[in-house]
Design a protein around this ligand. Structure first.
Ligand SMILES: Cc1ncc(COP(=O)(O)O)c(C=O)c1O
Length: 327
């Protein structure tokens, strides 16, 4: 059966079973979201949200879509907006990678880069300020607002979680990284409906404030946030595992070397979270553990897969640790 456009091929990504040397009771199923048309889990949200907004006539062919995003969502939205012939403005900050900036631009989107740090030293508030200005200035504009828009979670409820329930017979645990909260909110709702005893474990990175941990500069894009996403209040999360950047880097290399999975940063964080979680837990019987791997490694050549960058991160973390031990 032919499709008329690659963007209709979103979802139905493969799931692979990975052996866990550290714990023979675990069968790990990794859902590889890199196999979506623009290379990440965010294809699902971009595709679903635009489709629903068009169906409900919330937007029309003259609407300008606006979003604050420097990452995969920007890449996906720019592509799906082009597909729907919609104008898209991505509000980004200087931390955007050259790769993502080029990808967003290549779909014909406009990029507005804020350069003024906010009162916390980041750019989140400045980006939101810019969005509010754009909303006022551009008639018929729509701010997607992934942190609050229920359609973001609904996208994962209706697609990703459904596929996982179909692909894995019994689920005891599911681990997901969190940023906007869309994935974990939608997936956790569906998983709990189908497997009420399944444990949903959120993985977050040190420096992210999503689960009330202290803020700190973060270097791995895609996971964590400097604000608590409103959408997350509808999520059903049993536990949270925090991992650091070195654990993330090590897990990415483990995925590549042992399992030939060239993963993005947050996939490494998720594997690191799984290892950490089960290292503190006694398992007496086999369990099925699902992990969502949101994207793949190419977008991380300047970070995770750059030796100098990794060395600097290791040294930075080591220094921080020493400062904590010897005040
Ligand atoms: C690489 C990566 N990992 C994890 C996530 C987390 O997904 P969510 O924003 O749905 O919480 C994202 C979202 O952009 C991502 O791009």
């Amino acid at each position: 059966m032919y499709i008329s456009n690659i963007f209709e091929k979103v979802g139905n990504t493969p799931i692979v079973s990975i052996s866990m040397e550290d714990n023979c009771h675990i069968t790990l199923y990794a859902k590889l979201e890199a196999y979506n048309p623009t290379g990440s889990v965010k294809d699902r949200a971009a595709h679903y949200i635009l489709k629903k907004l068009k169906q409900s006539k919330t937007i029309n062919s003259d609407t300008t879509i606006i979003e604050s995003t420097s990452g995969n969502f920007g890449v996906a939205l720019s592509a799906y907006c082009k597909y729907h012939e919609l104008k898209f403005i991505a509000v980004v900050d200087p931390n955007i990678t050259l790769m993502n900036e080029n990808l967003i631009r290549s779909s014909g989107a406009e990029i507005i880069k804020v350069t003024q740090p906010d009162k916390y030293g980041g750019y989140l508030l400045t980006r939101i300020e810019k969005i509010n200005e754009l909303k006022k200035d551009i008639e018929n504009s729509y701010w997607v607002n992934q942190y609050e828009n229920p359609l973001n979670a609904a996208a994962y409820y209706h697609t990703l979680a459904r596929e996982i329930c179909y692909q894995v017979d019994e689920i005891e645990y599911i681990f997901m990284g969190v940023s906007s909260g869309g994935t974990i909110t939608g997936v956790s709702q569906k998983i709990k409906e189908n497997y009420p005893n399944a444990k949903v474990i959120a993985v977050d990175v040190e420096g992210s404030v999503i689960f009330n941990n202290p803020p700190k500069k973060r270097f791995i894009p895609g996971i964590g946030s400097s604000m608590v996403p409103k959408i997350l209040s509808a999520a059903s999360i049993d536990e949270v595992v925090m991992v650091d950047e070195v654990e993330t880097i090590d897990a990415c290399y483990e995925l590549l070397e042992k399992h030939s999975i060239f993963s993005g940063g947050s996939s490494g964080s998720v594997l690191a979270g799984i290892k950490k979680y089960f290292s503190q837990k006694e398992l007496y019987q086999p369990v099925n553990v699902v992990a969502i791997f949101p994207d793949r490694g190419e977008r991380y050549y300047d970070t995770i897969y750059n030796e100098t960058w990794c060395k600097n991160i290791r040294e930075k973390l080591e220094k921080e640790r020493k400062q904590i031990v010897t005040p």
